[in-house]
Design a protein. Structure first.
Length: 256
């Protein structure tokens, strides 16, 4: 629902940059931040499962290690984006470079970022100063790291992760000229829309993180049930039977 509203607002920007549209972006951004936080909390519970599994089963240790690599990489790129959002707010609000806490608080309320309509500062920071291409490079590295966690034969899952974390240039519509991924997300857009774009990226990263660690968790379950040989074992209820007794054994499957 949030994503659909977000796309509608992006379309409205081409027609109107009214206060109402800009305020709506603030609400969408807050919704994206909540979604990202919720995914992060859920992911933490899955990491706790890896801890428990590794403590009780030696085979789970390697999967815990892989999962925690995913956690560290996801935290790093989410933090990278958060730093960019804070830096942008500091610039558009003309705060001091060290006013990170003030910038973070401003993003939490509708009236917090006063200069949310500025289109020049975001473009200067992300396009002219090269921070957009640097971000794209980091996202490409993260995407490849995540895809490498998936077995080669699971092509559909790989493709889904690739699509969720895509940094491809947009396909031109009609006779419109080709633009870059950086231009699509950071140029000719008001500051609040650029912040929203970065929050959307953070949300996609946490979602992909959840998918990958869920995939790795299933690998633990699969290994726990692996057997080289399975055979039926008959276990009699009594060690001695007399003539006329009913023979009622238990039947179980044994694996080795």
């Amino acid at each position: 629902m949030i994503n659909m509203m977000y796309l509608v607002l992006i379309a409205l920007l081409a027609l109107n940059v009214s206060k109402e549209v800009l305020d709506a972006f603030v609400l969408i951004n807050q919704g994206l931040v909540r979604t990202t936080t919720n995914f992060s909390d859920k992911n933490d519970k899955v990491y706790a499962n890896f801890e428990s599994a590794a403590a009780s089963a030696p085979k789970a240790v390697k999967w815990k290690r892989k999962a925690f690599e995913v956690r560290d990489q996801a935290n790093a790129i989410v933090g990278y984006l958060e730093d960019l959002k804070i830096e942008l707010v500091i610039k558009v609000e003309k705060l001091e470079p060290g006013d990170r806490e003030i910038a973070m608080e401003k993003m939490k309320t509708k009236e917090g970022v006063e200069n949310k309509s500025d289109t020049d500062i975001p473009a200067t920071m992300m396009i002219n100063d090269g921070k957009g291409p640097m971000l794209r490079k980091e996202l490409v590295k993260f995407r490849q790291f995540m895809v490498d966690m998936v077995k080669p034969e699971h092509t559909q899952f790989k493709d889904a992760i690739q699509a969720a974390l895509s940094t491809d240039d947009p396909i031109p519509l009609g006779d419109n000229p080709q633009i870059s991924w950086e231009s699509e997300f950071f140029e000719h857009l008001p500051a609040i829309a650029v912040i929203c774009n970065m929050s959307q990226m953070q949300s996609s990263i946490r979602t992909a993180e959840a998918e990958i660690i869920g995939y790795l968790e299933k690998a633990i379950e699969g290994e726990a049930m692996k057997f080289n040989k399975v055979q039926a074992i008959v276990i009699p209820l009594y060690t001695h039977d007399t003539e006329g007794d009913t023979f009622s054994p238990d039947l179980v499957l044994g694996g080795s």
